[in-house]
Design a protein around this ligand. Sequence first.
Ligand SMILES: Nc1ncnc2c1ncn2[C@@H]1O[C@H](COP(=O)(O)OP(=O)(O)OP(=O)(O)O)[C@@H](O)[C@H]1O
Ligand SMILES: O=P(O)(O)OC[C@H]1O[C@H](OP(=O)(O)OP(=O)(O)O)[C@H](O)[C@@H]1O
Ligand SMILES: [Mg+2]
Length: 282
Amino acid sequence: MLRIAVPNKGSLSGPAGEMLHEAGYQQRKASKELVLVDPENEVEFFYLRPRDIAIYVSSGRLDIGITGRDLLLDSGARAEELLPLGFARSTFRFAAKPGTISSPADLNGLTVATSYEGLVAKHLADKGIDASVVHLDGAVETAIELGVAQVIADVVETGTSLRNAGLEVVGEPILESEAVVVRRSGTEEQSPKVQQFLRRLQGVLVARSYVMMDYDIRAEHLEEAVALTPGLESPTISPLHDQGWVAVRSMVRTTDAQRIMDDLYDLGARAILTTGIHACRL
Ligand SMILES: Nc1ncnc2c1ncn2[C@@H]1O[C@H](COP(=O)(O)OP(=O)(O)OP(=O)(O)O)[C@@H](O)[C@H]1O
Ligand SMILES: O=P(O)(O)OC[C@H]1O[C@H](OP(=O)(O)OP(=O)(O)O)[C@H](O)[C@@H]1O
Ligand SMILES: [Mg+2]
């Protein structure tokens, strides 16, 4: 049975459960459940603290897990990224009171408060910056006001928390993070079960970002139309009863769909429609 670690709380937990459900796996009904066996798919899910997941996976007791890239790097665990999942996107950044620090080089001799001590200590060492790090569990933005540190390093999504605390970012992001599937480092080959799990999640990612587009076009404009909708492999072309016209079916990115429909219409295509994709294997 495949053993998979899933975040039990926080920003990663809800979206991870939704993605697994969309991929056809059973998910727990109550947030207090710690283990769930899905016998049909031969998978056992362990609901663990996101921060601990890379550590469990690196121990080899669990095959793979879902966690944040920032948490993976912070843990220092011997685990590696297999697949980015596109949710819980954030940046990890330094921030301070406006006008106090203009670049990371100014951090020399100062104290940085963070919940990601491993990540920050490594970044400072890599950049040759001599600053102290103080570990806090959360609500790190308040540490400056209360005099625990002059700088913080924290997760930033919308920037609202920083603004509310009267802070501004310093320098470029330390890291771009998102949810990722991780496995133990140095695992030689993926087992067929892991490969199947990854294919299912990839299928969800594709289904979320593509639509199926159908339209009719006069045969003489087919090549120009196909250039607009090349599809993933190649579009399907079917004859229509009215000779001189063909029907085209092709996958397009959801974000491009409206622009492509306008361009196809201008080319003379008609009956242009899109439909959602519920699941797929590429
Ligand atoms: N506001 C946010 N937007 C997007 N991702 C976030 C946000 N806050 C945390 N994350 C991501 O969630 C992961 C941290 O999960 P964790 O459960 O430890 O903290 P949390 O989501 O802040 O929950 P809590 O602090 O309530 O326990 C990290 O990968 C982090 O980048
Ligand atoms: O840029 P924003 O959209 O404001 O999001 C970032 C904030 O969200 C998280 O905090 P959370 O609410 O999880 O509290 P915590 O600091 O106690 O973890 C994170 O630690 C930041 O504080
Ligand atoms: Mg948090």
